[in-house]
Design a protein around this ligand. Sequence first.
Ligand SMILES: Cc1cc2nc3c(=O)[nH]c(=O)nc-3n(C[C@H](O)[C@H](O)[C@H](O)COP(=O)(O)OP(=O)(O)OC[C@H]3O[C@@H](n4cnc5c(N)ncnc54)[C@H](O)[C@@H]3O)c2cc1C
Length: 470
Amino acid sequence: MSRACVIGSGPNGLAAAIVLAHAGLQVEVFEAEAEPGGATRTLPLTLPGFLHDFGSAVHPLAVGSPFFSTLPLGDYGLEWIHGDAPLAHPLDDGTAVVLERNLDDAGQALGADGRAWRSLMRSGIDHWKEFAEDAFAPPLVLPRHPLRMARFGLAAFQPAQMLAKTRFTTLRARALFAGLAGHSFLSFDQPLSSAIALVLGVAAHAVGWPIPRGGASAIPHALVSYLETLGGTVHTSRRIDAQALRELSCPLTLCDITPKQLIAIAGEQLTRGYRLLLEEFRHGLGAFKVDYALSDPVPWRAPECRRAITVHLGGTFEEIAASEHAVAQGRAAERPFVLVAQPTLFDPARAPKGKHVLWAYCHVPNGSTEDMTERIEAQIERFAPGFRDCVLARHVSSPAVLASMDANLVGGDVGGGAINVKQLFFRPTLRHYSTGTPNLYLCSASTPPGGGVHGMCGYHAAKLALRRMK
Ligand SMILES: Cc1cc2nc3c(=O)[nH]c(=O)nc-3n(C[C@H](O)[C@H](O)[C@H](O)COP(=O)(O)OP(=O)(O)OC[C@H]3O[C@@H](n4cnc5c(N)ncnc54)[C@H](O)[C@@H]3O)c2cc1C
């Protein structure tokens, strides 16, 4: 039986390992950190008994992943928990826009913009499986449903500012859309800033925005357990450097790492031209994150916020657009757009009885050293007066701290590289997974389809490697 090695055990590394093991290869995964999972890990960051998702928290892309959804992960401990609604977005008038899971209910709640919302989301929802297969495929591959993808592509390519202006008239629908577009890490005047908003919006209705019971770690734990039944092994606390890579002398190696690390580890095996292309690859904005241990649930002024696990803080479309624009211009925002997850409202075992955890982050320039703790708390307090009185402890993760916990989070970039028109196609080069060096492949979020917990980068990379082996 042939051997294969995977460097890194993030969701993409584990997905690649499973595809290779399914094909009968003897797979070994080497992970630098003490726990597998990469940016999908649950850690005791604050007080005893409080469990925090250090990276990803809410998983529409995992539950709706064309690959993960084919695996029996439920048999290996993965249980999804949904909130009453996928998302809430509070406003200064003391109310919140709630994105209902059911599309018709969502349309009704959005009043005058309900029809526009429904028509934007409908076709992806009715055909999620096919939509996801196309949306998570590498670019330049002919979609299975070209007409639907062409329609989606036309909307997705637009700057969020343009799409919101032409489709929505109400402050509430525009604010809701801004929160979704904020996940792009792009300024709203940039092309593609609508793309992730549309994917996440469609996913909210089609598959929901769930969390795994017990924390994000349940995803890699289930993947590792399943991999082990296929004969695969995961070695933790094994950082691979250039010498270790040589010593592995593996006939096939897939790397769940960024281009920067690939140069450091395998530079001598890469052609000069390919190395130069990798050096041009650009990372995206950084994240500044605070994890809280709380004595009570967040005292939202709008009670509807308690119906959702995810809450977007930033007010109107214009305010969120200004915040994202400032960051894209290299400045930390005074009133940042803050993404919040409140898992213990629906999964109480992650904190001692009656207590809660809260996950919050905002965007900052890549590698920023600015402390955003005060500004994040001011935004939470704005929509939940009295929040600070509930804080028992906090753990602050600057971009440097994030990168120290997972080397792929270069400068705090959570998506494995900037999303822009060039890097939609050149991710990290036009060859995508192939490095040009036989039997050495990239499979991290720095390859298509990019960031998020879906495993599809690993899946496509491993499939390509297997095709080439044959
Ligand atoms: C703060 C934050 C919030 C996020 N929120 C969400 C969310 O809510 N939902 C969502 O879908 N996504 C979210 N993401 C994004 C998501 O977590 C990532 O896109 C995803 O984890 C990428 O998977 P990956 O396998 O490509 O890389 P990673 O998960 O980063 O894994 C890479 C692994 O490789 C290891 N590694 C690196 N170098 C070496 C080496 N030399 N030797 C051995 N091992 C090595 C690392 O230690 C790491 O374990 C978030 C990320 C962060 C940081």
